[in-house]
Ligand binder design. Structure first.
Ligand SMILES: Nc1ncnc2c1ncn2[C@@H]1O[C@H](COP(=O)(O)OP(=O)(O)OP(=O)(O)O)[C@@H](O)[C@H]1O
Ligand SMILES: [Mg+2]
Length: 352
């Protein structure tokens, strides 16, 4: 018997609905909210209202594109946190209401765990979750996590950022350069014409930093020093110089962030003796990160799993996919669940 899962994602500023039929994505509708652009960041109240405005039409579009009817759905899964509380509540309440009306079960999904498993989203011939543990680098707007993931979907967090997330480092330094929000993709694009060696920005807690905390075995990250360094360095330059070298500066910032991410990921892979690495979350769309991680994995004889191009940033296909993976490993769906804005990684995580 076939299994049709509706996934709903509303944790931040993407309203998304997706349908998964027997583990394969049949639709993945994403509406990225543009109402925040002029504010240079996400305004929580506007995000909630926008999710509320779009929710019904996004879900209708996802079901229609999947070529099924709502009464053919077997399960509804929605992001339950972490995220903006109002935004999460819109999707979660809608999902539970619809599940109740259709008399089908509901499954709450941890947004970050969904990112972790996004490289295994299937459009027909996707990669299965590896049959041995692997290292996951999850880098998004709000999180930077290194974990060792097991075949039963549990994972141990080995390192995390002590301050800003990698996506935040891209967005905030990009803002200093006068780039629009979110600056990550713009820096990625701009860097293609720039010199990554133009200026050496700091790489905290790595072999290149002077701190004693940088020794092998420290898998945490810190990006706040990079932010300060970019700000103070830019303040010493003239507007004309910055304009002339915008691409070089962007490439140098990107090189600093990517360098840290790759070094730490490879250090965990070495120390745990795993055979594969995955990257996920919005920053995993970064072309320099993908390239550098691929080269490092090739050198180390490791497999690399990356999400398909539309599955790095927030999407509902990853919510439905994790629900499907959990079902296949015996998780029982629920009927009611409360929003968890600061949900840690309790569902599957242990601290390493
Ligand atoms: N090509 C890219 N290069 C660098 N950063 C990128 C790229 N594309 C997206 N990003 C960054 O990814 C982030 C958004 O990712 P995502 O949607 O996963 O985060 P989020 O959902 O806001 O945060 P979280 O998942 O932690 O709750 C933004 O910071 C954005 O700048
Ligand atoms: Mg996200």
């Amino acid at each position: 018997m076939s299994m049709n899962i509706l996934g709903i994602e509303t944790s931040c500023d993407e309203t998304s609905g997706a349908v998964l039929c027997d583990g394969v994505v049949r639709s993945n509708i994403i509406s990225s909210q543009l109402c925040h652009t002029s504010f240079g960041g996400v305004v929580p109240e506007l995000a909630s209202r926008e999710h509320e405005r779009l929710m019904v039409s996004i879900v209708d579009a996802a079901v229609t594109e999947a070529n099924i009817r709502k009464n053919e759905l077997d399960l509804i899964a929605a992001t339950a946190g972490p995220g903006l509380i109002g935004a999460v509540m819109v999707g979660l309440s809608f999902a539970q209401g619809l599940a109740y009306a259709l008399d089908i079960p509901f499954m709450p999904i941890n947004h970050i765990e969904a990112h972790i498993f996004s490289p295994f989203i299937s459009e027909g011939a996707g990669e299965p979750v590896p049959e041995a543990s692997f290292v996951s680098l999850t880098v998004s707007g709000g999180h930077t996590l290194l974990s060792v993931v097991e075949t039963d979907l549990s994972y141990t967090v080995i390192g995390r950022t002590l301050d800003d997330a990698a996506g935040e480092a891209f967005d905030k330094t990009g803002k200093m350069l006068g780039l629009p929000y979110p600056a990550g993709p713009v820096i990625d694009q701009l860097s293609r014409e720039g010199d990554p060696f133009f200026h050496q920005f700091p790489r905290a807690l790595t072999s290149q930093s002077q701190s004693s905390k940088s020794r092998e075995g420290n898998f945490d990250f810190s990006f706040s020093g990079l932010k300060t360094s970019v700000l103070t360095w830019l303040q010493k330059q003239t507007p004309g110089f910055i304009e002339l070298h915008k691409a070089d500066i962007a490439a140098s910032i990107q090189a600093a962030i990517v360098g840290v991410l790759v070094e730490k990921t490879m250090a965990v892979a070495r120390s745990r003796g795993v055979g594969a690495v995955s990257i996920a979350g919005g920053v995993s769309a970064n072309s320099a990160l993908r390239q550098a991680m691929k080269q490092a994995c090739d050198r180390g004889g490791l497999r690399l799993f990356v999400p398909g191009s539309t599955y790095s940033t927030d999407n509902a296909a990853m919510i439905a996919t994790l629900a499907s993976l959990k079902l296949s490993r015996g998780t029982v769906a629920e009927r009611r669940y409360n929003v968890a804005p600061y949900a840690s990684f309790a569902a599957g995580a242990k601290r390493g």
